[in-house]
Design a protein. Structure first.
Length: 262
């Protein structure tokens, strides 16, 4: 699969008796990047680009990758509680909080709960809202490789990122990730009726980024987020799929950098 080139450090912190793995690189104002429901495949090109402008921290979201699973967690809001506590423990201020897919759902929940450490919010193809038109593709109902391919604009973009046949260790990661995703996003699948009514309480400026060819979460959800947040603007990336930050890493990083500097 596509890999990044910049060196980064790895460490762990403990929150609520569970360890959370952190990957970190760069300097400047702090940024936190939360990954998709497909899990954390490691340091990615988007992280390289962001680390050129931020002191970037990329956690394995609790229950994913090398972070321990909070067995009690049953919704993204539970994960948001843990990650907000992580921001407290790390002592970060003026954070640019970035979330992709499920990570965007969790980031929105974090911002609703506590904005005191945030400077900017970035949601990339974020789950969390019930689409007014269309529906979110349910990864529990299809083979997981097919679901992952649906994250990209076409099979060629998928193969550029993961190769023709992803390595067995990534398939194991996907299975582990899907189990955690089922725990925290089931009924309703991948959205919360309790999130939309409180999004307007988020005061930090938000940037919503969406791939124009997103086949997983309808582009209509981008407009719903912008309308609900109020203090938000939308960037649609032409020709990109749900995994827009993998397909157009440099372009997405530049959009985030400009938003953070505005």
């Amino acid at each position: 699969m596509t890999t990044a080139t910049a060196s980064h450090t790895e460490t762990t912190i403990e929150i609520a008796g569970k360890s959370i793995r952190l990957m970190q690189a760069g300097s400047g104002s702090p940024a936190l990047f939360l990954h998709h429901s497909t899990g954390s495949p490691g340091w990615q090109p988007i992280h390289d680009h962001l680390a050129q402008h931020f002191a970037l921290t990329v956690p394995d979201v609790p229950g994913y990758g090398q972070s321990e699973r909070p067995e009690w967690a049953r919704e993204p809001r539970d994960i948001a509680i843990l990650l907000n506590r992580a921001l407290d423990k790390l002592g970060f201020q003026g954070v640019t909080l970035i979330g992709a897919g499920l990570g965007g759902f969790i980031a929105a929940e974090m911002a609703v709960m506590n904005q005191s450490r945030l400077a900017k919010l970035v949601l990339i193809g974020a789950a969390g809202l019930q689409p007014e038109t269309g529906e979110i593709v349910d990864q529990m109902l299809i083979d997981f490789p097919d679901y992952l391919k649906a994250n990209f604009r076409d099979d060629g973009a998928y193969e550029q990122a993961f190769g023709a046949d992803a390595a067995s260790e990534f398939k194991q990661l996907w299975d582990f990730s899907r189990e955690m995703t089922a725990r925290i996003t089931w009924k309703p699948y991948m959205f919360s009726r309790r999130l939309a009514p409180v999004l307007g309480e988020i005061e930090v400026p938000a940037l919503v980024i969406w791939g124009a060819e997103d086949r997983v979460i309808p582009v209509a959800c981008a407009d719903q987020y912008v309308a609900a947040l109020g203090n938000a603007r939308l960037e649609i990336v032409p020709g990109a799929g749900h995994a827009v930050e993998m397909e157009e890493a440099e372009k997405v990083a530049n959009l985030i950098r400009t938003h953070a500097a505005s």
